[in-house]
Structures are given as structure tokens and as C-alpha cells.
Design a protein around this ligand. Structure first.
Ligand SMILES: C[S@@+](CC[C@H](N)C(=O)[O-])C[C@H]1O[C@@H](n2cnc3c(N)ncnc32)[C@H](O)[C@@H]1O
Length: 244
């Protein structure tokens, strides 16, 4: 299922202040993404979908750079970015519609690309924004992500497989490194799972608001199918360079 941009914005607007304390896996992804970078010295960085600044904070701590540009659909993300990098240039809006005039040596994004329904346009846009030796580094999720939730509700994003991502990227980059991993979270009851997803903006998966009946149905089925009350995350870290 792919979600329209207004719904994505609405849900992240609501969850942005609760995001940092709930987005445990996304924080881990940000750390892994920084660790996967081939160097620690950059001139001009662009961060796509900065949100509450989990990656921004991580980059500020470990990477040296001259100029930092950031973007997000949600205006309030600008507040979080400037908390970590006061000199950052933040632009709110849909990344696919923003025209940047300069080139970057690092375009980076954590846990955002699964929201794009047009990666075939996003990757060439990223490649065009890079200078000759520039790097695209991002993390996203694979089809097994939230597999328990999908089996109970039938709701999921159109996650791409590692092969699909590689095939899309290889028209623009010579060197592509793909590092999938798995992270399981454990909960005390199914309601906590719903709250966790809501507080990390993922309730965008359902277009209609659930009533008591849908929530009860979800809880009963989750407990029956997954009594250990786990939720599987399946992230992937990707770096690409060597522009074609
Ligand atoms: C899961 S959050 C990740 C936030 C942050 N990158 C982090 O490290 O935790 C996804 C973010 O992507 C943003 N986003 C989704 N689609 C976008 C788009 N088309 N353009 C810009 N930002 C987008 C959302 O507003 C949200 O803040």
C-alpha cells in the first residue's frame, strides 16, 4: 500500500515530539548509517526527512562538515535540526519537489525512503545532487518489516527488496553496499504495539481511524498468532558512490 503525502505529513506532525523517545530502532539505524560512511569529513551535507533529528544528532557527533542542509515535510523538524546544528539551512516540503542549486558530497537519510512511492525518480534526483565523488547513504526497511502486523491486519507499505533497491541504484552508481539486519522489539500487550507504531508515525498505514471493535480484533488476533508479543523490524543500510 502507498500512502498519500498529506496523510504522511499529518501523522508525522502529530508524532514528531513523541518520536525521539519511541524510535529506538530508528536511532540504532542512524548509528549504523553513520558507521557505514566511508569517511568522516564532508564539505556540504544534505539530510532528507530529518524529522526529530535522530540522524542529525548522530552526524553532528561523529562527522566533520562545513555546511548542513536539511529538509522534511513537517515544518517543526526545522526546530529539531537547529537544536543540533544551529547553522543548518532547513527547507520544509516534499523532497521530490525541492530544487537545490548547489551540489553535495553527502546526501543522507534515515528511515525515510520507504515513504516514497517513486524511488525510480528519487534515486536519479539524489545522484544529480551529488558532486563527482559524492556519496548517497540511506537506511530504509525491507518487505519482512512489521511482518506480524502485516499478517494480522494485511496493512503494509510497498517495501522494496534488496534486489529491487540494487537494480534501481545501479543505473546511477558503480559501488553499492547493502547491509540488512533484523531487530525484534518485545511488548507487554498488543495495545503497546499500536501506541509504539502511532508514536513513530507509522499509523499512516491505515487510512481510516480504528474504532474499539477494530482495536479489540487486532489485540485478540495478535495475542493468538504471536503470543510472545514481538514486533520485527527489518532495516537495511545502503551506501552508494561512483557516479555513472
Ligand atoms: C521515520 S521518520 C525519520 C526521521 C529521521 N530521519 C530520523 O532519523 O529518525 C520519517 C520522516 O520522513 C519525513 N518524510 C516523509 N516523506 C517525505 C518527503 N516526501 N519529503 C520530505 N520528508 C519526508 C517525515 O515527515 C518524517 O519526519
Amino acid at each position: 500500500m502507498q500512502i498519500d503525502i498529506k496523510t504522511i505529513k499529518k501523522h508525522f506532525q502529530k508524532s514528531i515530539d513523541k518520536y525521539p523517545e519511541n524510535a529506538i530502532v530508528q536511532k540504532f539505524m542512524a548509528q549504523k548509517l553513520c558507521a557505514a560512511l566511508p569517511g568522516q569529513n564532508f564539505n556540504t551535507i544534505l539530510e532528507i526527512g530529518a524529522g526529530a533529528g535522530l540522524l542529525t544528532e548522530e552526524l553532528k557527533r561523529h562527522i566533520i562538515f562545513q555546511k548542513y542542509y536539511a529538509n522534511d515535510l513537517v515544518e517543526r523538524a526545522g526546530y529539531y535540526v537547529s537544536r543540533y546544528i544551529p547553522s543548518a539551512i532547513f527547507e520544509a516540503g516534499n523532497f521530490t519537489r525541492i530544487n537545490y542549486r548547489q551540489k553535495f558530497d553527502l546526501v543522507i537519510s534515515n528511515a525515510v525512503f520507504q515513504w516514497f512511492d517513486n524511488l525510480d525518480k528519487v534515486f536519479p534526483k539524489c545522484a544529480n545532487l551529488l558532486d563527482k565523488n559524492g556519496i548517497l547513504a540511506f537506511s530504509t526497511f525491507l518487505p519482512e518489516n512489521f511482518m506480524e502486523f502485516y499478517s494480522v491486519t494485511g496493512l503494509s507499505l510497498n517495501y522494496k527488496t534488496t534486489e529491487e533497491l540494487e537494480n534501481l541504484l545501479k543505473s546511477y552508481f558503480e559501488n553499492i553496499l547493502i547491509e540488512p539486519f533484523e531487530y525484534k522489539m518485545k511488548f507487554e500487550n498488543p495495545l503497546q504495539i499500536l501506541a509504539h507504531m502511532k508514536n513513530t508515525g507509522v499509523n499512516s498505514l491505515s487510512k481510516t481511524k480504528w474504532g474499539i471493535k477494530e482495536v479489540k480484533n487486532f489485540c485478540d488476533r495478535y495475542k493468538a498468532e504471536y503470543p510472545e508479543l514481538e514486533l520485527t523490524y527489518k532495516p537495511v543500510i545502503i551506501t552508494a558512490n561512483g557516479l555513472i
